[in-house]
Design a protein around this ligand. Structure first.
Ligand SMILES: Cc1ncc(C[n+]2csc(CCOP(=O)(O)OP(=O)(O)O)c2C)c(N)n1
Ligand SMILES: [Mg+2]
Length: 734
């Protein structure tokens, strides 16, 4: 890291620092003047420097948040693809190309998402990406398998990467040049990882004993060893390439091309510390006595631990001048910004009386693709091999696939009829991915940070099947954590895919949508709602940190009869705030049906039948349980803090007119807990209907009946909350 930050990096380069190298990162930023002593002293404390580098919680110019190992590594790869995308579209013309660099733990390489990303990088002609593997041959629990580097090397070469192995430091290389040096090198190369680590822990005398026992008395090599004291011998044997500044600088500086490079840098975990090489050292702490001793070896005077240049032999003026001349620090902090892209007041779509929200999503994008708005220009779509089946086809037909080089759709050039045009070019606006949802979300993360990394705003839109959100969830979580901005259309969802696959049903995703920080989730029933939400979403994706965020649309292929209505400002507000009355309850309402998404017809039908024998029934359309709930908790907090005593949230206002003993039936094609909290708002009794079990196929009618989401189940639930004459039920076809 010292070689990189003080010598090799340029301001346009971006780095994902492995999570537990955070102290080193913060210390370097402290020297550059971007980190405060207060925050360093409070490392891992409340509002102190973060345990793992964080774009959103740290102040010192973190490029990519890391912590969940593997994700930061892949993020650099996708960030490089995004840089290519931006350049290919003719933007950021005056900015030099940056290298995207990851500092990778050797055990971190076990994370599958890295392999998924490698394959995607290869498909897209990856450039400008460096991964530096800290090859200390230790993970958290143990010492890694012998010969892992060979697997890394062949794998990276397979994917078209260059591999640079930095194994020996300068001391070692000098010793190898001495008489007998070759025998020493052979011994080092043959020494098993565990033994090498153990000897580093035990020290010079232990190395000497092993070398003597194993090499025997061989004249020159014996003299080479005996010429050195125990201390010198340990210094020699622990002088692996990754610890040698000159070797690392040389390795980095030898790269004169833009092909991706993997550096495998041999290191010793905890080098220089009393527990170096010990297999239990991952979370090792020094005792006070050990720390005192170590302080002495570093020439640090007591009380001067935070002095920037303590323990160094150069003058402060020399060191200040050196820091000021570090190329990386030339421009200070490197976080960029980009102007907002205007979003039309209304997003258009060509309506039809019967549609699904998935179709509607495709229609809105198609309409954008037909026009020439700035919004359409900045949208980038991506999908993990479900472009066509999530209705992105029309958009892609008009806007094309992205590739650095032109590539014609052969079916098209051969005039073979096909609904879809897959011509690829540098101007294309759709990035087609293989079936790896992790990659999709890491790409969203990279695209969604383009304003901060490249100074050019992109408005990324991802599509995938709703259940596979869970496949990429950690990457989605990290994308949100680093405040990347994107829109996810997840479709189909719930059990609406019905006959096509019990295995593709999603139950938990509405709860994920509610619980995921930085993500506003919506589940509209009707396409006019969806168009309003998408417009709001494109604006929300561009709001300041702390105000804006990403957007999740839970959609369906279920075709519903569309309401013929005028979109009023009030209705629009209701839709984006999370709910509106589709049928306003009367003053003596006995029961209210609150529904979300695709179950609208069941709710509407139940309300019709209930109206025959219950008074003043209301029908509440909930477009976003997430926004409603967030508004409710925020309002309560405001009131508790006495800052806005009168402040009522949207859902409180909606439910306020209901009599105290009015019952509430909530219904969603998803987990019932999504809406069950509604009873807590004003103390109404709730019957929460939803899906709790997974995997049965059937028609939508079969399944809604089976899971208790059909009109009759809603009526039963309403009856259980009210008294009065039995309600007429829907007649079932026999
Ligand atoms: C996804 C994930 N799983 C588990 C962990 C816990 N963890 C932190 S570091 C680590 C081992 C790291 O070993 P390596 O990558 O070789 O790093 P180094 O040896 O440099 O410490 C583990 C398992 C994590 N941070 N993220
Ligand atoms: Mg390791």
């Amino acid at each position: 890291m010292s070689a990189l930050y003080f010598s090799v990096l340029r301001p346009q380069d971006r780095v994902a620092v492995k999570p537990h190298a955070s102290p080193v990162f913060h210390a370097i930023q402290y020297l550059f003047g971007h980190q405060t002593r207060e925050k360093l002293e409070n490392f891992r404390g409340f509002k102190g420097a973060q345990s793992y580098p964080s774009r959103t919680k740290d102040v010192d110019d973190v490029d990519f948040s890391t912590g969940s190992v593997g994700l930061g590594v892949a993020q650099t790869l996708f960030a490089s693809l995004v840089q290519d995308y931006v350049k290919a579209h003719g933007w950021a013309k005056n900015r030099p190309e940056g290298r995207m660099i990851a500092l990778v733990g050797d055990a971190e390489m076990d994370e599958g998402n890295i392999f998924e990303a490698l394959l995607e990088g290869w498909k897209h002609g990856l450039r400008n990406t460096w991964w530096v593997v800290d090859y200390n041959r230790q993970s958290l629990d143990a010492v890694v398998r012998e010969g892992l580097w060979e697997k890394f090397e062949s794998m990276f070469r397979n994917f078209g990467w260059d591999v640079v192995i930095v194994k020996y430091g300068r001391l070692m290389r000098e010793a190898f040049a001495e008489p007998g040096g070759e025998a020493l090198r052979k011994w080092i190369d043959a020494c098993p990882n565990q033994l090498y680590a153990a000897l580093c822990f035990q020290g010079g005398a232990a190395f000497r004993k092993h070398l003597r026992d194993e090499i025997g008395d061989q004249g020159s090599v014996t003299q080479l060893i005996e010429r050195r004291s125990d201390e010198e011998l340990l210094a020699l044997m622990s002088n692996l390439g990754g610890h040698d500044m000159a070797s690392m600088c040389e390795a980095f500086e030898s790269i004169d091309h833009d092909r991706p490079v993997c550096f495998i840098a041999y290191t010793i975990k905890g080098v220089g510390l009393p527990f170096q090489g010990h297999k239990d050292n991952h979370a090792g702490l020094m005792t006070v006595a050990q720390m005192e001793k170590w302080r002495g070896t570093q020439n640090i005077r007591p009380g001067h631990e935070w002095d920037k240049f303590e323990g160094l032999s150069q003058t402060p003026a020399e060191l200040e001048a050196y820091l000021a001349s570090a190329p990386f620090n030339r421009e200070g902090r490197r976080r960029l910004s980009a102007p907002e892209i205007a979003v039309p007041e209304r997003l258009a779509f060509s309506p039809s009386p019967q549609m699904s929200t998935q179709q509607g999503f495709g229609l809105v994008l198609n309409e954008l693709a037909r026009g020439d708005s700035a919004l359409a220009e900045r949208i980038v779509t991506a999908s993990p091999d479900v472009t066509v089946s999530t209705n992105l086809g029309a958009w892609v037909n008009r806007r094309g696939l992205f590739a650095r080089a032109e590539k014609a759709d052969l079916f098209r050039s051969e005039k073979i009829p096909s609904t879809f045009n897959w011509d690829a070019s540098p101007k294309g606006q759709h990035i087609e991915l293989g079936i790896a949802e992790m990659n999709l979300f890491i790409l969203m993360s990279a695209l969604g940070l383009s304003h901060a990394i490249n100074g050019e705003r992109l408005l990324p839109v991802a599509t995938l099947y709703d259940p596979f959100i869970e496949r990429g969830l950690d990457a989605l979580n990290y994308a949100c954590y680093q405040d990347a901005r994107f829109m996810v259309a997840a479709t189909p969802s719930g059990i609406t895919l019905a006959p096509e696959g019990g295995a593709h049903q999603s139950i938990a995703t509405p709860l994920i949508g509610m619980a995921q920080d930085g993500l506003s989730s919506f589940e509209p029933a009707f396409v006019d709602e969806l168009a309003v939400i998408m417009g709001w979403g494109f604006r929300h994706m561009q709001r300041e940190a702390g105000e804006g965020g990403s957007v999740y649309l839970r959609l369906t292929t279920r075709t519903l009869e569309q309401p013929q209505r005028i979109m009023t400002p009030d209705l629009e507000t209701g839709i984006t705030e999370g709910a509106y009355w589709l049928r306003k309850p009367g003053p003596n309402a006995e029961v209210v049906i609150a529904y979300t998404g695709a179950v609208a017809p069941e709710a509407i039908e139940a309300v019709g039948l209930l109206g025959e024998s219950r008074r003043d029934i209301g029908l509440l359309a909930i477009t976003s349980a997430d926004r409603l709930h967030a508004g409710w908790t925020a309002a309560r907090k405001l009131r508790r803090d006495r800052r806005g005593v009168a402040h009522l949230s949207h859902i409180e206002k909606l439910l306020a007119p209901l009599p105290r003993d009015c019952g509430l039936v909530s219904v969603i094609d998803g987990h019932p807990a999504t809406l069950a909290w509604l009873g807590g708002v004003r103390g109404h009794r709730v019957e929460a209907l939803g899906v709790e079990h997974f995997g049965q196929t059937g028609t939508i009618d079969d399944l809604y009946r089976h899971h208790g989401l059909d009109a009759n189940a809603i009526i039963d639930a309403a009856e259980s909350l009210t008294s009065g004459a039995p309600v007429r039920h829907r007649k079932l076809a026999v």
